[in-house]
Design a protein. Structure first.
Length: 240
Protein backbone atom coordinates (compact mmCIF):
# COMPACT_ATOMS: atom_id res chain seq x y z
CA UNK A 1 0.00 0.00 0.00
CA UNK A 2 1.30 3.48 -0.86
CA UNK A 3 2.29 5.74 2.01
CA UNK A 4 0.03 8.85 2.26
CA UNK A 5 2.99 11.24 2.01
CA UNK A 6 4.34 9.55 -1.11
CA UNK A 7 0.88 9.42 -2.68
CA UNK A 8 0.23 13.09 -1.96
CA UNK A 9 3.63 14.09 -3.32
CA UNK A 10 3.06 12.21 -6.57
CA UNK A 11 -0.38 13.78 -6.87
CA UNK A 12 1.15 17.23 -6.41
CA UNK A 13 3.73 16.56 -9.10
CA UNK A 14 1.24 15.20 -11.58
CA UNK A 15 -1.19 18.03 -10.93
CA UNK A 16 1.50 20.59 -11.58
CA UNK A 17 2.02 19.13 -15.02
CA UNK A 18 -1.33 17.74 -16.07
CA UNK A 19 -3.65 20.35 -14.59
CA UNK A 20 -3.79 23.38 -16.80
CA UNK A 21 -2.32 26.72 -15.94
CA UNK A 22 -3.55 30.24 -16.54
CA UNK A 23 -2.04 32.30 -19.33
CA UNK A 24 -0.37 35.40 -17.91
CA UNK A 25 -0.06 37.13 -21.26
CA UNK A 26 -3.58 38.51 -21.27
CA UNK A 27 -4.16 37.14 -24.78
CA UNK A 28 -7.21 34.90 -25.09
CA UNK A 29 -7.74 32.52 -27.97
CA UNK A 30 -10.29 33.91 -30.45
CA UNK A 31 -12.76 31.15 -31.10
CA UNK A 32 -14.69 30.60 -34.30
CA UNK A 33 -17.73 28.30 -34.35
CA UNK A 34 -17.96 25.32 -36.63
CA UNK A 35 -20.35 22.41 -37.06
CA UNK A 36 -19.79 18.76 -36.03
CA UNK A 37 -20.18 17.77 -39.67
CA UNK A 38 -17.19 19.90 -40.59
CA UNK A 39 -15.10 17.97 -38.05
CA UNK A 40 -15.70 14.74 -39.95
CA UNK A 41 -14.79 16.43 -43.20
CA UNK A 42 -11.69 18.01 -41.66
CA UNK A 43 -10.49 14.66 -40.33
CA UNK A 44 -10.94 13.13 -43.77
CA UNK A 45 -8.71 15.82 -45.22
CA UNK A 46 -6.25 16.44 -42.38
CA UNK A 47 -6.15 13.07 -40.64
CA UNK A 48 -7.59 11.98 -37.32
CA UNK A 49 -7.17 13.76 -34.00
CA UNK A 50 -5.20 10.74 -32.77
CA UNK A 51 -2.66 11.21 -35.56
CA UNK A 52 -2.30 14.91 -34.77
CA UNK A 53 -1.96 14.22 -31.03
CA UNK A 54 0.79 11.70 -31.73
CA UNK A 55 2.60 14.20 -33.95
CA UNK A 56 2.27 17.00 -31.37
CA UNK A 57 3.51 14.78 -28.55
CA UNK A 58 6.52 13.67 -30.58
CA UNK A 59 7.44 17.26 -31.49
CA UNK A 60 7.03 18.55 -27.94
CA UNK A 61 8.96 15.62 -26.49
CA UNK A 62 11.96 16.33 -28.74
CA UNK A 63 11.89 20.16 -28.88
CA UNK A 64 12.93 22.75 -26.31
CA UNK A 65 10.22 25.18 -25.19
CA UNK A 66 8.98 27.28 -22.29
CA UNK A 67 5.51 27.93 -20.88
CA UNK A 68 3.87 30.28 -18.41
CA UNK A 69 0.64 30.35 -16.47
CA UNK A 70 -1.04 29.84 -13.09
CA UNK A 71 -1.87 26.32 -12.00
CA UNK A 72 -5.11 25.10 -10.48
CA UNK A 73 -2.88 22.82 -8.38
CA UNK A 74 -1.50 25.89 -6.57
CA UNK A 75 -4.14 28.56 -5.99
CA UNK A 76 -2.96 32.03 -6.99
CA UNK A 77 0.57 30.94 -7.91
CA UNK A 78 2.43 31.66 -11.15
CA UNK A 79 4.00 28.70 -12.91
CA UNK A 80 6.91 28.83 -15.36
CA UNK A 81 8.03 25.72 -17.24
CA UNK A 82 11.28 25.05 -19.14
CA UNK A 83 11.89 21.88 -21.13
CA UNK A 84 15.14 20.59 -22.61
CA UNK A 85 14.87 17.00 -23.91
CA UNK A 86 18.50 16.25 -23.01
CA UNK A 87 18.55 17.99 -19.62
CA UNK A 88 15.02 17.58 -18.28
CA UNK A 89 12.12 19.71 -17.06
CA UNK A 90 12.05 22.63 -14.63
CA UNK A 91 8.85 24.08 -13.18
CA UNK A 92 9.18 27.19 -11.03
CA UNK A 93 6.25 28.17 -8.81
CA UNK A 94 6.02 31.69 -7.42
CA UNK A 95 3.43 33.88 -5.73
CA UNK A 96 1.22 32.54 -2.95
CA UNK A 97 3.35 29.38 -2.96
CA UNK A 98 7.02 29.36 -3.94
CA UNK A 99 9.34 26.54 -4.92
CA UNK A 100 10.75 24.45 -7.72
CA UNK A 101 10.17 21.09 -9.32
CA UNK A 102 12.38 19.18 -11.74
CA UNK A 103 12.09 15.97 -13.70
CA UNK A 104 14.73 13.92 -15.45
CA UNK A 105 14.62 10.31 -16.65
CA UNK A 106 11.36 9.64 -14.82
CA UNK A 107 12.63 10.96 -11.48
CA UNK A 108 10.88 14.03 -10.05
CA UNK A 109 12.44 16.53 -7.65
CA UNK A 110 10.29 18.84 -5.52
CA UNK A 111 11.60 21.44 -3.10
CA UNK A 112 10.71 20.58 0.49
CA UNK A 113 8.85 23.86 1.06
CA UNK A 114 6.72 23.36 -2.04
CA UNK A 115 5.93 19.80 -1.03
CA UNK A 116 4.93 20.95 2.46
CA UNK A 117 2.74 23.74 1.06
CA UNK A 118 0.94 21.41 -1.31
CA UNK A 119 0.35 18.82 1.40
CA UNK A 120 -1.11 21.55 3.61
CA UNK A 121 -3.57 22.46 0.84
CA UNK A 122 -4.64 18.82 0.88
CA UNK A 123 -5.16 18.85 4.63
CA UNK A 124 -1.93 17.12 5.67
CA UNK A 125 0.46 19.40 7.56
CA UNK A 126 4.11 18.50 8.03
CA UNK A 127 6.94 20.40 9.71
CA UNK A 128 10.12 20.65 7.66
CA UNK A 129 13.26 20.92 9.81
CA UNK A 130 15.32 24.04 9.15
CA UNK A 131 18.26 21.99 7.89
CA UNK A 132 16.03 20.57 5.14
CA UNK A 133 14.72 23.91 3.90
CA UNK A 134 16.85 23.77 0.74
CA UNK A 135 16.46 20.05 0.08
CA UNK A 136 14.72 18.50 -2.92
CA UNK A 137 12.71 15.34 -2.35
CA UNK A 138 12.99 12.76 -5.14
CA UNK A 139 10.32 10.34 -6.32
CA UNK A 140 10.27 7.90 -9.22
CA UNK A 141 7.07 8.65 -11.08
CA UNK A 142 7.15 5.62 -13.37
CA UNK A 143 6.47 7.91 -16.35
CA UNK A 144 8.58 9.99 -18.68
CA UNK A 145 8.96 13.70 -17.95
CA UNK A 146 6.90 14.47 -21.05
CA UNK A 147 3.84 13.31 -19.06
CA UNK A 148 3.80 16.82 -17.58
CA UNK A 149 2.74 18.28 -20.95
CA UNK A 150 1.69 15.38 -23.21
CA UNK A 151 -1.78 15.30 -24.76
CA UNK A 152 -4.03 12.38 -23.92
CA UNK A 153 -4.56 10.00 -26.86
CA UNK A 154 -8.29 10.06 -26.06
CA UNK A 155 -8.60 13.65 -27.29
CA UNK A 156 -11.08 14.53 -30.02
CA UNK A 157 -11.32 17.55 -32.30
CA UNK A 158 -13.70 20.27 -31.09
CA UNK A 159 -14.30 22.51 -34.14
CA UNK A 160 -16.31 25.02 -32.09
CA UNK A 161 -13.14 25.78 -30.16
CA UNK A 162 -10.79 26.26 -33.11
CA UNK A 163 -8.83 29.45 -32.54
CA UNK A 164 -5.95 31.72 -33.35
CA UNK A 165 -3.20 31.61 -30.72
CA UNK A 166 -0.45 34.20 -30.85
CA UNK A 167 -1.16 34.71 -34.55
CA UNK A 168 -1.13 31.02 -35.47
CA UNK A 169 -4.24 29.03 -36.48
CA UNK A 170 -4.93 26.29 -33.95
CA UNK A 171 -7.25 23.32 -33.78
CA UNK A 172 -8.97 22.54 -30.49
CA UNK A 173 -8.59 19.03 -29.09
CA UNK A 174 -10.83 18.27 -26.14
CA UNK A 175 -10.30 15.69 -23.41
CA UNK A 176 -13.05 15.07 -20.86
CA UNK A 177 -12.21 12.94 -17.83
CA UNK A 178 -15.51 13.82 -16.14
CA UNK A 179 -18.14 16.55 -16.04
CA UNK A 180 -15.92 18.57 -13.70
CA UNK A 181 -12.56 17.86 -15.34
CA UNK A 182 -11.93 18.85 -18.95
CA UNK A 183 -8.89 19.94 -20.95
CA UNK A 184 -8.87 21.76 -24.29
CA UNK A 185 -5.55 21.66 -26.10
CA UNK A 186 -4.92 24.15 -28.90
CA UNK A 187 -2.54 22.50 -31.36
CA UNK A 188 -1.02 24.15 -34.40
CA UNK A 189 -3.15 23.59 -37.49
CA UNK A 190 -0.03 23.42 -39.64
CA UNK A 191 3.34 21.75 -39.15
CA UNK A 192 5.49 21.86 -37.10
CA UNK A 193 3.01 20.12 -34.78
CA UNK A 194 3.14 22.21 -31.59
CA UNK A 195 0.99 22.51 -28.49
CA UNK A 196 0.24 26.24 -28.38
CA UNK A 197 -2.17 26.58 -25.50
CA UNK A 198 -4.05 24.56 -22.91
CA UNK A 199 -7.24 25.48 -21.07
CA UNK A 200 -8.65 23.36 -18.26
CA UNK A 201 -11.51 23.12 -15.83
CA UNK A 202 -11.21 21.36 -12.48
CA UNK A 203 -14.22 21.38 -10.14
CA UNK A 204 -15.26 24.86 -11.23
CA UNK A 205 -11.72 26.30 -11.38
CA UNK A 206 -10.53 27.34 -14.83
CA UNK A 207 -7.02 28.02 -16.07
CA UNK A 208 -4.83 27.96 -19.19
CA UNK A 209 -1.20 27.98 -20.21
CA UNK A 210 0.68 29.12 -23.32
CA UNK A 211 3.71 27.40 -24.84
CA UNK A 212 6.38 29.43 -26.60
CA UNK A 213 10.10 29.63 -27.50
CA UNK A 214 10.09 26.39 -29.50
CA UNK A 215 13.59 25.28 -30.46
CA UNK A 216 15.30 28.09 -28.57
CA UNK A 217 18.26 27.44 -26.30
CA UNK A 218 17.09 26.29 -22.86
CA UNK A 219 19.15 25.22 -19.87
CA UNK A 220 17.83 23.01 -17.10
CA UNK A 221 20.20 22.35 -14.20
CA UNK A 222 19.10 19.78 -11.65
CA UNK A 223 19.75 20.27 -7.92
CA UNK A 224 23.17 18.97 -6.84
CA UNK A 225 23.28 15.50 -5.31
CA UNK A 226 24.02 16.89 -1.83
CA UNK A 227 20.74 18.83 -1.99
CA UNK A 228 18.52 15.85 -2.82
CA UNK A 229 16.89 13.24 -0.60
CA UNK A 230 14.67 10.27 -1.38
CA UNK A 231 11.08 10.31 -0.21
CA UNK A 232 11.86 7.47 2.21
CA UNK A 233 14.74 9.39 3.79
CA UNK A 234 12.70 12.60 3.98
CA UNK A 235 9.80 10.80 5.58
CA UNK A 236 12.12 9.33 8.20
CA UNK A 237 13.59 12.75 9.01
CA UNK A 238 10.23 14.39 9.57
CA UNK A 239 8.85 11.41 11.48
CA UNK A 240 6.01 10.68 9.07
Amino acid sequence: MSHPLRTAALAALLLAGAVACSDNSGEDAATSPSSPASSVADEAVDGSAAERIEAVNETMRTTTFSAIGTSTAYDGALQNMTWNPQQGLHIRISGTIGGNMYCQDGVTYISSNLLAANLKQQGQEITVPTELDDVYVTTKSGEGCDSFFALSPTGRYDPSGDATVNGSPARAVKVSASASATDTYYVSAKDPAYLLKLKSTRDGRTSSTTYVDFGKEMTVTLPSADKTMTMEAFRARIGS
